[in-house]
Every structure is written in structure tokens, then in C-alpha cells.
Ligand binder design. Structure first.
Ligand SMILES: [Zn+2]
Length: 300
């Protein structure tokens, strides 16, 4: 991401100090631990770390190293929180008031494209043991009451609709495969963009074109906040509906700037970040290896 801009970007997300993986109906879900503490942070302040970490997860999955990917995912949620799929996925917004959710075709969360908001939210409350959420419906299936019993209710601190109280509660969970799918797709897009100029065969080019075209984050909204003091610079505040959308945006900004700080190592193709805009390798080892290959090729 463009470093000279980073201080003028602002958004927020919540994370818990600890998460656990729970198996329910033969699927794995990730949810905050009972005694975990909540805290707020600005993902844009650590954009490069988040991008490298999610891309590394995607790379492990591409290489079929699921043990490393699982380990890295647990570390990821501890560092940055869950992705916020509940608000990322729907095509409509303000879903609690609308009582209906419209979902894109082919998503991993539900087979249905139109659902009642009540049933939809239930998909994210699989780890009900904690009973932190009270959700009641009327005879027509509309939500009558939705409230949380967190020690800290983050909604006091932010101006967001009720569904965010669900995302930031300890009862909220996301399925492991949703996170895996997202990380993998993002890595594939990264690979396609980073390798695009080196492409030689038409078949791979076609695959890369499809991957790049399919990367289509929507619903990005922002506003300009002016500072209170005379010397304050205006700040671009992003109204992200989820951490996932914030990552999409960081990724898009990173891939389209000539001051790219998250790149793919030219030798081992691992994602890495560097403030040195000319850096091409993730480590001195990779740079040396690449130089050895280069001089061997020259001497042939
Ligand atoms: Zn490398």
C-alpha cells in the first residue's frame, strides 16, 4: 500500500484476544474464547502485515499444506479478528430492518439466494453455548428483538446497525472453509496479477484474466473527515462492512500503485512486504540463490 497515504486512511475493526476451533455437524467453526477480551484497532495502520498474512494462508492452501494453513488462520484471527462475512456477503444492506437477505450466487455460506435475516444470522451463531445473543422472531419470521450481552458492547463506540453487534459478540463464528476459500482466491488473484507480465502461453493468460475479472469487491463507501485543529489533515474514513472488504481494498490499492509494498518474491514466489520499493526478494537467501542461478545461466 502507498505509504505516504496510509496516515490519511482510517477505519476500525474489533478482535478478541483468543479464539478456538469448534467442530459442529462435521464442519469447523472459529469463535472467540469465553474469557477472551475485545479490543478495537485500525486495519489500515497494519495493512501490509494483514495482506502478507492472508496471502500466506492462501499460498499454504494452494500447496495443500492444510496443517500450516490452519495454524496460520488461528494466528490471523487472533491478530486481526474474524473477517465479518455476515455483513460482507449480502447484496442488500441494513438487513435486520429489511428482514430479508439477498445473497450472491455460488457463495459458500448458503445454498439459498434469498433468506429471512433471522435464518441467515443463525448461520453465524453455530457456537451457541455462550448464549450471548438474544434473537426473537414473530409468527412471520421477522426479527422482533436482537440484543447482545457482551461485557463490552462495541456498538456504543460506533455508529452501525444492529447486525454488527452480532459480528462483534462472542457468540459469532465463521466457518473455517469460508476463510480458506477467501485466502486461496485472493492468493490466486495476487499470483495472476504479479505474474501477468511474465506470461507466455495463451491458456494461462486466459485463466489469469478470469481470476482478475472475478475480483470484484463492491459496496465500498467512504467520507472525508476534517480535523478539529488547524494543522489536522483531512482523513479518508472508510465505511467498511467487514474486515474482508477492508482487505479487498488494501489488496486493490497495493496491486495498482507504482509504490507497491506487498510483492511476490521473484525467486520463491512467497508474498512479502518491504518499504524498499526496489526490493524483489523476500530474504537475502533468495536474493543470493537468484544471483547464483543468474550467473550460472550467463556462463553456459
Ligand atoms: Zn523468497
Amino acid at each position: 500500500m502507498k505509504k505516504d497515504n496510509v496516515n490519511n486512511f482510517r477505519t476500525f475493526w474489533f478482535k478478541y484476544s483468543d479464539y478456538e476451533m469448534v467442530e459442529i455437524d462435521e464442519r469447523y467453526y472459529i469463535t472467540p474464547k469465553e474469557n477472551a477480551k475485545i479490543s478495537m484497532y485500525d486495519p489500515f495502520k497494519i495493512a501490509d502485515e494483514i495482506l502478507v498474512d492472508i496471502l500466506m494462508i492462501g499460498r499454504y492452501i494452494e500447496k495443500n499444506d492444510i496443517a500450516s494453513s490452519n495454524e496460520k488462520i488461528m494466528q490471523f484471527v487472533k491478530n486481526y479478528g474474524l473477517l465479518g462475512e455476515l455483513t460482507y456477503l449480502p447484496i442488500n444492506s441494513d438487513i435486520v430492518n429489511q428482514n430479508k437477505v439477498y445473497l450472491p450466487k455460488g457463495n459458500l455460506v448458503s445454498n439459498e439466494e434469498i433468506m429471512s435475516t433471522y435464518d441467515y444470522i443463525e448461520l453465524f451463531l453455530k457456537c451457541k453455548k455462550k448464549q450471548k445473543i438474544v434473537m426473537k422472531k414473530n409468527a412471520r419470521g421477522e426479527i422482533l428483538e436482537l440484543s447482545t450481552e457482551n461485557e463490552v458492547n462495541p456498538l456504543f463506540a460506533i455508529d452501525r446497525p444492529t447486525e454488527y453487534a452480532v459480528i462483534f459478540s462472542k457468540a459469532y463464528s465463521e466457518c473455517l472453509v469460508w476463510i480458506m476459500h477467501y485466502a486461496r482466491t485472493l492468493y490466486q488473484t495476487f499470483e495472476a496479477i504479479e505474474n501477468y507480465s511474465k506470461l507466455e502461453d495463451a491458456y494461462t493468460k486466459q485463466i489469469y484474466d478470469i481470476r482478475i475479472k472475478n475480483f470484484n469487491p463492491s459496496k465500498i463507501a467512504c467520507r472525508v473527515l476534517m480535523g478539529n485543529k488547524k494543522d489536522d489533515v483531512p482523513v479518508l474514513e472508510w465505511n467498511f462492512n467487514s474486515l474482508k472488504l477492508a482487505i479487498d481494498t488494501m489488496f486493490a490499492l497495493n496491486e495498482t500503485t507504482d509504490r507497491k509494498t506487498v510483492k511476490m518474491c521473484k525467486h520463491c514466489s512467497k508474498p512479502f512486504s518491504s518499504l524498499n520499493l526496489k526490493a524483489e526478494y523476500c530474504s537475502p537467501q533468495c536474493r543470493n540463490q537468484a544471483n547464483v542461478y543468474k550467473s550460472r545461466a550467463k556462463n553456459k
